[in-house]
Write a protein that binds this ligand. Structure first.
Ligand code: ADP
Ligand code: MG
Length: 710
């Protein structure tokens, strides 16, 4: 990299250094001790997270403006934005008819002249005595009179570096009480005077191997780039630092956990083999590959912490079940946790079908399990008889204790993050843990949210799956939906109608009730119409869902309660009302509920094009076009950003100040690999890594602790 290194060119540095203004500040100098910064500005700077000079130097420009070239005054076109350099021919002040004071100058260069006005700043007249060379950056009025109004200005004093023009100029995020010119001057001066004093925590060999700028040069380039290339390499260095430190925290967490002794299971074991042989299908190549990885982890006497990702319908559940059976085969208890009661019940039913013929007990601890049944189940889990226990996440957070827990499956609603998982550790002496993500997550997000886990991806759907035909329906075309539902239900298939409403649970319920009534009174009534919404008890929901699965009810009207993960193979059609109200991830989850037996399935999304905003239109267009869950998740992430994507604030996710989870995946991967290599060489981050360790602790440790408590 070719960035000038200021440590080696003191004369240049002196030329730029604005002498007494910042008499020898160091990175640790508090900004309030800098000349020109009083208590008010210090408070404003603190709002940007800036307390000392080092903080200030790490303030990222929002963008850059190329102000290297000067336009000729005589050639400026109306409306054109430009930097110009000229001499003040005359200067004066005046007032508009409404009494607003202004300063006016006439600027000239070899090509012509230009009148320039600054309103409400008549005192500027003193700044521009006749003959002064000034650089202005602004826009020529689009309509007559020909003039420039309120441009940024800079006196072209060759003793001082050009800060606001004649270069690529950074534009900073602002906060009340801080002007762009002030911040730019401050950082320009600090970048030249102090940046080279910043201690670089990265060992030089790593930096060189990755072609990263030294920290001082990067920071100097960030605020005073010589060219566009420097802005890119400066940013890359700072993004790398941020991701590198984060990955070190995550991977260290993982390393500390794996240092505990775990269980060395004999794998795969006869039970899993027999279960596999009894399946009505063969595992896909991807399922087998992932299962092997899980079994390899299980065989080692270290606690496993693996994340299993896969698109909707890729068959994650069976992989988890087979691994659980391996644990049982070894004489241990396994737990399968689901995000909702309905999914727990579904898992219990599926597991029983698999486990009963093998004589493996399945204990379902539902929210409604009470009295003697619950006591009996609890006693069983407390004992040391091998079995599989199924329930919601409450299973591990409540009074339940396990006698011989060896394996845990966490079927996550994606909002469970890095932190909640640690609760598990309290329940057993380091069981193996397999986390399943309920929804496809872009790789960048997975690396952050699940950065402390090993990642496996099932990247293949079971054979014979046909893409669900997805059709956007305007309300005038509902006839098509009615016809499709009639055809399918009379063949014995099942259908869903989802009615999402945003205004709150009560309205959501009413809309669903009304829709269900309409269908019941119509020609589809004879096929049985069920209704589930958030106001029903789990038992009531379960009863309706059972009827739906059995076929006594063939049409299910629901609010978005039709969760992630519901698996009714006979369902061939999904109708999503008000589809504009849902995000891409949710839409894709709903579509994933149909066509699960390989039948040609339909998904209708209902929304009137004229009534929805451009973002919702773009979303629905993407949904109709794109079938791949990971691609949709990427699009969702780009459109809504990581915070929205998860609906919750996640420690880590909202902690990145520089790096972008949508644009910096390459750097994220580099940083992760570098962090893994560093920890391999120096697990305690000592020796050459001591400075990195200190930076990591300063940046992340407190934040993650806070997240854990909150
Ligand atoms: P998801 O990954 O969305 O959780 P599931 O595990 O619920 O998917 O599986 C979806 C459906 O596909 C289930 O009905 C399951 O029985 C079936 N399935 C899983 N693996 C295969 C396979 N290899 N071949 C055929 N069907 C499969
Ligand atoms: Mg599932």
């Amino acid at each position: 990299m070719t960035a000038p290194d200021y440590t080696e060119s003191p004369p240049q540095r002196q030329a730029f250094s604005p002498a007494p203004a910042f008499a020898e500040p160091t990175p640790q100098t508090a900004v309030r001790f800098l000349k020109g910064i009083g208590p008010a500005r210090a408070t404003s700077l603190e709002r940007l997270g800036i307390r000392n000079v080092a903080d200030a130097l790490l303030l990222m420009p929002r963008r850059y403006e190329d102000r290297r070239g000067f336009a000729l005054l005589g050639r400026l076109r109306p409306g054109q934005s430009a930097s110009v350099l000229g001499r003040v021919r005359s200067v004066g002040t005046g007032r508009t008819r409404r009494g607003i004071p202004y300063c006016e100058i006439l600027l000239e260069d070899a090509s012509g002249t230009l009148p320039v006005r600054w309103y409400r700043q008549p005192y500027l007249a003193r700044t521009f005595p006749r003959g002064t060379r000034v650089i202005l950056t602004g826009r020529l009025s689009p309509c007559p009179p020909r003039q420039m109004v309120n441009p940024e200005y800079e006196i072209d004093d060759s003793d001082e570096g050009r800060c606001h023009s004649g270069r690529i100029v950074p534009v900073y995020p602002l906060t009340a009480g801080l002007g762009q010119r002030f911040l730019r001057r401050l950082l320009f001066d600090l970048a030249h005077a102090v940046a080279h004093h910043l201690a670089d925590p990265l060992p030089a060999p790593l930096r060189e191997a990755l072609g990263l700028l030294p920290l001082g040069a990067a920071v100097r380039a960030l605020h005073a780039p010589a060219d566009e290339g420097e802005t890119v390499s400066a940013r890359r260095r700072l993004v790398f630092d941020e991701f590198f430190l984060f990955n070190l925290v995550m991977l260290r967490q993982r390393a500390i956990r794996s240092a505990h002794p775990g269980i060395a299971f004999a794998t795969p074991g006869g039970l899993a083999d027999r279960a596999c042989a009894a399946l009505p299908f063969a595992l896909t190549g991807a399922q087998r590959r992932v299962l092997e990885a899980v079994w390899n982890d299980m065989a080692v006497a270290r606690p496993m912490h693996r994340m299993l990702q896969g698109d909707v319908g890729s068959g994650k559940t069976i992989v988890a079940f087979l691994a659980a059976l391996t644990a049982v085969d070894n004489g241990y208890q396994a737990v399968v946790m689901a995000p909702t009661e309905i999914l727990a019940a579904q898992h219990a039913e599926r597991l029983r079908a698999l486990a009963d013929p093998l004589g493996v007990p399945v204990v379902h601890l539902g929210g409604g399990t009470g009295g003697a049944a619950r006591r009996q189940a609890l006693a069983r889990l407390q004992g040391d008889e091998p079995c599989v226990a199924v329930g919601t996440h409450a299973l591990i957070e409540s009074d339940v204790s396990f006698g011989r827990l060896g394996f845990v499956v966490v079927d996550e609603q994606h909002r469970f993050g890095v932190l909640q998982r640690s609760v598990l550790q309290a329940k057993a002496a380091h069981p193996d843990v397999l986390v399943m993500s309920a929804t496809p997550i872009p790789r960048s997000l997975a690396l952050v949210l699940y950065g402390d886990l090993d990642l496996s991806v099932i990247d293949e759907l079971p054979p014979g799956r046909r893409p669900v035909a997805t059709i956007w329906i305007q309300s005038g075309e509902r006839q098509r939906i009615a016809a499709e539902l009639l055809a399918r239900l009379s063949r014995g298939e099942r259908g869903y109608v989802v009615c999402p409403v945003v205004e709150g649970a009560a309205a959501e319920m009413r809309a669903a009730v009304q829709t269900a009534d309409t269908y019941r009174r119509g020609p589809l009534g004879r096929f049985g119409v069920g209704l589930v919404h958030g106001r029903l008890s789990s038992a009531e929901k379960l009863e309706t869902l059972t009827a739906f699965r059995d076929g006594r009810v063939r049409l299910l009207v629901a609010t978005t309660v039709v969760e992630v993960g519901l698996d009714v193979p006979e369902a061939g059609v999904m109708v999503i009302e008000h589809a504009d109200r849902l995000g891409l991830a949710q839409l894709h989850q709903l579509r994933g509920r149909v066509g699960r037996a390989g039948q040609a399935a339909h998904c209708f999304v209902v929304a009137d094009r004229e009534e929805i905003g451009p973002e919702a239109q773009a979303r629905l267009e993407a949904f109709v076009r794109e079938r791949d869950g990971f691609a949709l998740a990427e699009a969702d992430l780009r459109q809504r950003g990581p915070g929205e994507f998860f609906g919750t604030r996640q420690a880590g996710l909202d902690g990145f100040q520089v790096g972008s989870l949508t644009g910096d995946l390459r750097v994220l991967e580099e940083a992760r690999a570098a962090a893994a290599a560093a920890l391999r060489d120096h697990p305690d981050l000592d020796g050459p890594w001591a400075a990195v360790r200190a930076a990591m602790e300063a940046r992340w440790t407190a934040r993650l602790e806070l997240g854990r408590i909150g």
